[in-house]
Design a protein around this ligand. Structure first.
Ligand code: AMP
Ligand code: MG
Length: 324
């Protein structure tokens, strides 16, 4: 049985699991989270695998002390400090420019990362002992309600998590408020445990993100999807023109008789978890190479392959196939 009462011993055991790349479900004041070491891309890929999400979405990283924010984000505005001093620990998530230390799979390729310090003694102790931020979405399967008890988590995820820490009922039960800081402005991305008015008392006006084609979100939804600036197409031999600078991302070890400018392999052993953990990283790397286009080999749509293909369909969609 992987469900245990949260106490000194079980929290220490849980932190060992986090440190060695495993998954731990733990209580926060909002809902139960499904956590992994946020700095370990393979561990983060497991979260998506277990949640069976049909697509990737960026995850919130949970920290144990306010100071940790500086290690993972870049900002220069006193108002951010006002916010964290007033609302942390608590149900308030800040989206800020990320440092390189945050893996791309955590942010789904976005240049920003969402961070919060939860107000729950079990969560804080677990993160502290793990000595790393913990990336955690709600501990339920896609399409189910967010769990507010350890029993719910067990019902949804069973033995697929290495350990479930039972710390009683989450008392807020609603998710965290999400605020995005961008170029001197604050935008509310999701309503949650802290109200807009409470925030405005501390930092003045907060805007709602304008709706437009690139940003069709209402609060609670993704503010944006990352896709590379270089055109991206599914691999097709017809696109192999010697006049073009082409980068390719193969799933496994594929041999094609063509001089690519750059060639990458998501997972030589064909492991979808490894492939997921490399996907956004490779897209970013190839985007910097001044290529005419990037080709990517489709993966099999099972397990994490579904989420990978969903993301790739969206990222390839905006580029129509060139004439040649
Ligand atoms: P939760 O459902 O509480 O785990 O929060 C996850 C949500 O936080 C995502 O679905 C996004 O709406 C939001 N989020 C996380 N990271 C980012 C980010 N880098 N930029 C914008 N929104 C984010
Ligand atoms: Mg959720």
């Amino acid at each position: 049985m992987n469900l245990v009462k949260a106490n000194k011993e079980s929290i220490t055991k849980a932190s060992q699991i986090i440190k060695t790349g495993g998954l731990v479900a733990f209580p926060t004041e909002t809902v139960y989270g499904l956590g992994a070491d946020a700095l370990n891309p393979l561990a983060v890929a497991k979260i998506f695998e277990v949640k069976k999400r049909p697509s990737f979405n960026p995850l919130i990283i949970h920290i144990a002390e306010k100071d940790w924010l500086n290690e993972f984000t870049i900002y220069n505005d006193e108002r951010i400090n006002l916010i964290i001093n007033k609302f942390w620990p608590g149900p308030l998530t800040l989206v800020l420019e990320k440092k390189n230390s945050v893996p791309n799979i955590v942010t789904s390729g976005n240049p920003t990362v969402a961070v919060r310090m939860p107000n729950h003694p079990v969560a804080l102790e677990l993160i502290k002992q793990s000595e790393t931020p913990i990336a955690a979405p709600s501990a339920n399967k896609f399409g189910h309600l967010s769990p507010t008890t350890a029993k719910h988590v067990h019902k949804y995820l069973g033995e697929k998590v290495d350990l479930i820490l039972d710390g009683g009922k989450s008392d807020v039960g609603v998710e965290s408020t999400i605020v995005h800081y961008d170029n001197g402005n604050f935008y509310l991305l999701r309503f949650g445990g802290v109200t807009k008015e409470e925030l405005e008392e501390v930092i003045g006006e907060i805007k709602l993100k304008p709706h437009n084609a690139k940003n069709p979100n209402s609060p609670g939804q993704l503010p944006f999807h990352y896709s590379p600036n270089t055109p991206l197409y599914f691999f097709d031999e017809k696109l192999l023109s010697p006049k073009k600078k082409i980068g390719v991302i193969f799933f496994q070890n594929k041999k094609v008789d063509f001089e690519f400018n750059i060639e990458k392999f998501l997972s030589l052993s064909g492991d979808l978890r490894e492939a997921a953990s490399n996907l956004f990283l490779f897209l970013h790397e190839l985007e910097k190479e001044n290529l005419d286009y990037i080709l990517i080999e489709p993966v099999e749509e099972k397990g994490l392959g579904k989420a990978i293909m969903d993301r790739l369909r969206k990222a390839t969609f905006k580029h129509t196939i060139p004439n040649h």
